[in-house]
Design a protein around this ligand. Structure first.
Ligand code: ADP
Ligand code: ADP
Length: 233
């Protein structure tokens, strides 16, 4: 079933009296359970697209429907609620709170959801188990490797059971071995039914997704199913 539906989406910016079209007429449908990589050169509109998909920004024209909601018509407050309920964000630089433990970082999104402290702790522990980091739950971010910190941030993204996991260059700060571990985790989460959309510059990351959408000049240049398993020699 359809999770995300974007129709004739345009996003313009006014820069010094000039109009820049960051996105100019994007059509895109993503089904529940898909694993999608968004790629394309710098300036092609990837960040703007991620901001749209993540409900951090609204279209200048065109429509965006997420899980049945018409995002283009929501107020800022409604947008914030939708974002918190529907989307789990993963960032290149993890964005963890430095002075709190892994467990407390993962509990954070539930503070605003009116969940009891006992259940918060329970669910945060389960989320850390899912990403293979249960034994490090009492460590602070600076006591964890980059890959472990990214696992914490993925646990935090998953803890409210979002319909969409949205990752912006999730392996951009990781070495190739750790990148491989995180990609295996994404593959596992995909196999468990999670919908994943990520942006990446790295071909070896993009080709692990099941569908690759390439942007150029604010448009979808290509959109291809990636059913070939490309293995390293
Ligand atoms: P990418 O993420 O692929 O590098 P962006 O979405 O950041 O592309 O940018 C697409 C185009 O929109 C670029 O020309 C960029 O300079 C412009 N742009 C993006 N965000 C803004 C903004 N906040 N103000 C003005 N121009 C912007
Ligand atoms: P990325 O490295 O992910 O492609 P960018 O450097 O393109 O990111 O953009 C980072 C942020 O700055 C984005 O939120 C984007 O919308 C904004 N941005 C990009 N280009 C411009 C611009 N010309 N003027 C203002 N903001 C911009």
């Amino acid at each position: 079933t359809v999770l995300l539906e974007i129709h004739q989406l345009v996003r313009t910016y006014q820069v010094g009296g000039q109009e820049i079209r960051a996105l100019s007429g994007v059509n895109l449908t993503i089904q529940r359970g898909e694993y999608v990589a968004i790629m394309g050169p710098s300036g092609s509109g990837k960040s703007t697209m991620m901001n749209m998909i993540g409900c951090l920004d609204v279209p200048s024209s065109g429509t965006y429907r997420l899980d049945g909601y018409d995002v283009s018509r929501l107020s800022d407050d409604e947008l914030a609620i939708l974002r918190n309920q529907k989307i789990g964000f993963v960032f290149q630089n993890f964005n963890l709170l430095p002075k709190t433990t892994a467990l407390e970082n993962v509990e954070l999104p539930m503070l605003y959801a009116g969940i009891s402290p006992r259940e918060r702790r329970q669910r945060a522990m389960e989320a850390l188990e899912r990403v293979g980091l249960a034994e490090r739950m009492h460590n602070r971010p600076n006591e964890l490797s980059g890959g472990q910190q990214q696992r914490v941030s993925i646990a935090r993204a998953l803890v409210n059971k979002p319909v969409l996991l949205l990752a912006d260059e999730p392996t951009g700060a990781l070495d190739s071995h750790t990148t491989e571990e995180i990609l295996q985790l994404f593959a596992d989460l995909h196999a468990q039914g999670n919908t994943i959309v990520l942006v990446t510059h790295e071909p070896e990351v993009g080709r692990r997704a099941k569908r690759i959408i390439r942007f150029r000049d604010g448009r979808v240049e290509s959109d291809t199913a990636n059913d070939m398993e490309i293995k390293q020699p």
